[in-house]
Design a protein around this ligand. Structure first.
Ligand SMILES: [Zn+2]
Length: 163
């Protein structure tokens, strides 16, 4: 059985007795969370979120890219979110990489150099501050006064705010 088959089995039992089918699409908590895709981060579990509570936008590193700004723009302008919570984490794979080295390897393997930045960063807290700055500087976001950044410690499960 593949992993996806196993996930589908779980979904069948999840859907049995499902009672959250009438929620509004606008998040009840009026918050958007941006985080790394790292498998050790269970955003719902660590923050106590349920269906309908928050937007969760994830990518490698939890960095604020143009596409994250796109999602936040729709989140705030169309779906009423007001606060932005950024979560990056200790032991992130992107802190050990060099963009150019990975791009070189991909180019050697495929003949094509990736046109996108891979987003590697050496300093976690500096990167988080940069991400906060990208949100607060975006002219497309009407709500930029409640943007906060956190380091999730994968060893303890704790969030630590970076100001
Ligand atoms: Zn990560």
């Amino acid at each position: 059985m593949s992993t996806i088959d196993r996930l589908l089995e779980h979904n069948a039992s999840y859907a049995t007795g499902f009672a959250q089918g009438r929620l509004a699409s606008a998040p009840a908590g009026r918050v958007a969370v941006v985080s790394c895709m790292d498998a050790r981060l269970r955003i719902d579990a660590m923050l106590g979120l349920s269906e309908g509570d928050a937007h969760v936008i994830r990518n490698a590193g939890g960095i604020v890219t143009d596409d994250v700004i796109r999602s936040l723009t729709l989140s705030q302008r169309l779906l009423g979110t007001r606060e932005v919570m950024l979560i990056q984490h200790t032991d992130c794979g992107l802190t050990d990489l060099e963009d150019a080295e990975v791009a070189d390897t991909i180019e050697r393997d495929t003949g094509v150099r990736p046109p996108f930045a891979l987003g590697a960063f050496p300093d976690l807290e500096a990167n988080l501050r940069l991400s906060i700055g990208r949100v607060t500087a975006s002219p497309f976001l009407p709500h930029r006064d409640a943007v906060r950044g956190f380091v999730y410690e994968v060893g303890t499960g704790r969030l630590r705010e970076v100001s």
